[in-house]
Design a protein around this ligand. Sequence first.
Ligand code: 4AD
Ligand code: MG
Length: 480
Amino acid sequence: MSYKEVLELLQSEPSLQEFTVRGWVKSFRSNRFIALNDGSTIKNIQCVVDFENFDEALLKRITTGSAIAVTGNLVASQGSGQAVEVAVSKVEILGDADPEEVKLTVLSPKRHTLEKLREQAHLRVRTNTFGAVMRLRSKLAFAVHEYFQTNGYYYMHAPIITGSDAEGAGEMFRVSTLDPKNPPLTEDGDVDYKEDFFGKESNLTVSGQLEAETYAMGLSKVYTFGPTFRAENSNTSRHLAEFWMIEPEVAFCDLDGNMDLAEDFIKYVIKYAVENCQDDLAFLEERLTKEESMKPADQRSPMPLREKLDFVLNNQFKRVSYTEAIDILKNSKPNKKKKFQYPIDEWGADLQSEHERYLVEKHFKCPVILFDYPANIKAFYMRLNEDEKTVRAMDVLFPGIGEIVGGSQREERYDVLKQKIADLGIDEKELWWYLDLRKFGTAVHSGFGLGFERLVQFVTGMGNIRDVIPYPRTPKNAEF
Ligand code: 4AD
Ligand code: MG
């Protein structure tokens, strides 16, 4: 018996004979038309049964949500809406689904809120929306690897458990095997981490950057693509406690090269999705348009999803220094009318997402790369500029998303880096290996981190980051 997937069948000629297709029943109409889906595509295959020739008890078990195997021949469809359908000769029930219970789940064929779908995250991938989002997520991940692998980068696996705080922000999840009720104590009464599994304090990584830098200093061009963890208490539609980050790191590359790389990379993966995920994007575009039409007119996105993606592909990202951005913001209407929650009155202010979105969505109306930020609002490893006030940092800002990429040229000068670490009160001993890089053949190098879920959000048009990762981890939530 030859098994076929739904996607294969929909692309086949009606002459295909004697095959079996397996999937989950979306609907069973008039005791005759089964809409079957196996997740290989957003489209269902219509399977037509001649109910006169089937056992009634068997037909009763073909219910929404059940898993079945259908054997038959492919024929040209009589009805509109599909080119081919399966003329069914045999149905086998693989797994029943009780209609009374299905009714209470998100498998029932009606519109469910995204909140409800989140509560049933174990079932939501069977809905059209989540099937589409997760197929896109997978394709985008493939495109990420394809981009780097075909451009001479090596995939580097940064450790998940580390002893350092790459961002110096202290937002880490501790990793420990000590008994929380009865931990060993030092003479001073503090928890004695020397007794812990690793013999020192350790945590889940917030970024693979520091380790990626060590590899860039040997393999020249590397990238990481793995999970990262932040214990920041941000309950927003853009933050997760566990998210996937892509971090290229490149030797002999300065900030301009870094900006070129970020722009080229982002455009490549978006183009890949546009070209390879047409059915899913068409569905998500329609979904988004419906959702937008329920918003007040002034909050609607001016472009349908695919037009927005094309717009990004066809326009250069605008490169603007932090100092220019502050001037624009200071003189902006919302600032003068005190509409910003955090008014901008002077150079040095940290930019909030309201400011980033103003620049991208109202002022420039295209993706923006901001660079040369004040040193004191950025991490310790960024290269100090001649003015000694700003660092070679860059953030890529996207419409509807805000910051999608954060990166920088790294401080490659031993003395400057050592001083910076001391000034910020970071324990130099923890970073001995990182400082070593600046002693043995140091070189200009740069890199960035792209939040994979924010990219998936942009491409799928999903408003909440919890809806672009299978099992979101957020404050007070680690269900499933
Ligand atoms: O700007 P961030 O904190 O930069 C770094 O971690 C650098 N070490 C990267 C590097 O230069 N190699 O984070 C980078 C990106 C952000 O722009 C954002 O897209 C994403 O990671 N990000 C998050 N995504 C989801 N949830 C969170 N809590 C995130 N925090 C950052
Ligand atoms: Mg950042």
